[in-house]
Design a protein around this ligand. Structure first.
Ligand SMILES: Nc1ncnc2c1ncn2[C@@H]1O[C@H](COP(=O)(O)OP(=O)(O)OP(=O)(O)O)[C@@H](O)[C@H]1O
Length: 238
């Protein structure tokens, strides 16, 4: 079997002396999408921060494209093809939309035309400054800017959080196009379990720093007992 694109083996990570994740083993194959679910504060963002290298791995290994990246800096991991869209979005507020998109772009499938086709709203706002955008537009810009670096793996941290329903729909459609039509490999951290499970191939549920459950997303979507046990997962009515 081909080696997965990303593989975490028995990873322990956290902040200073506080261990947040322990014994976490996860792999993601090229073209796969993985949802990371779990209650508030369980370590979902920490998992993404560990993969991009901002949070230190204390034990275990992380391999990406066959290479051990456990000790590589976040910059080096980004250059290897890991794209991270932080929960805080962190767009450049004093640059225009188009400047935000081109400032760190790298050649590949995702160029201005391609991201504007995915997010037509950004094309309309191409001359607007970052601080003139709504929260939803900022989220689109944060995703589009990372796509412009042409990553092999995209890490999305709660991209739908706090957004109006109409924007959630637009973003959900865009994420679906990235995953299903473009075959982009992605890891989606999301509080809205139903939405995340409909967008992805596989899912893990984190609990007390461990992977408590792993299943195909379609299977977990109909497994209300397991989802209900994870109190705090946001569920629409079944
Ligand atoms: N910079 C930090 N320093 C110390 N502890 C932190 C830091 N960031 C997060 N933590 C702690 O790590 C644990 C996991 O946090 P994390 O943000 O990864 O959880 P989460 O599952 O993403 O939660 P949420 O859904 O609320 O974003 C929490 O107990 C949190 O308080």
């Amino acid at each position: 079997m081909a080696e997965p694109l990303l593989e975490l083996k028995d990873v322990r990570s956290g902040y200073s002396d506080a261990v947040v994740l322990d014994n976490v083993s996860v792999s993601v194959g090229a073209g796969e999408s993985l949802a990371v679910l779990g209650r508030n504060g369980v370590g979902k963002s920490t998992l993404l921060l560990t993969i991009i290298g901002i949070v230190r791995t204390m034990r275990g290994t992380i391999r990406f494209k066959g290479q051990d990246i456990t000790r590589l800096s976040p910059d080096k991991r980004a250059l290897l093809g890991i794209g991270w869209v932080p929960q805080e979005r962190e767009i450049f507020r004093s640059l225009t939309v188009e400047e935000n998109l081109t400032v760190a772009s790298r050649p590949g499938r995702w160029n201005l035309d391609a991201v504007y086709a995915l997010f037509p709203r950004l094309k309309e706002r191409r001359g607007n400054m970052g601080d003139q955008l709504s929260g939803g537009e900022q989220q689109m810009l944060a995703i589009a800017r990372t796509l412009m670096t042409n990553p092999s793996l995209l890490l999305l941290d709660e991209p739908l959080e706090g957004l109006a329903p109409i924007i959630v729909e637009e973003l959900t459609a865009a994420i679906r196009r990235m995953a299903e039509d473009e075959g982009l490999t992605l890891i989606l951290v999301e509080q809205h379990a139903d939405v995340a499970l409909r967008l992805t191939d596989r899912a893990i549920i984190l609990e007390r720093g461990l992977v408590a459950h792993a299943a195909p997303s379609a299977e977990l979507l109909s497994d209300r007992a397991t989802l209900d046990r994870n109190v705090g997962l946001k569920l629409e009515s079944a």
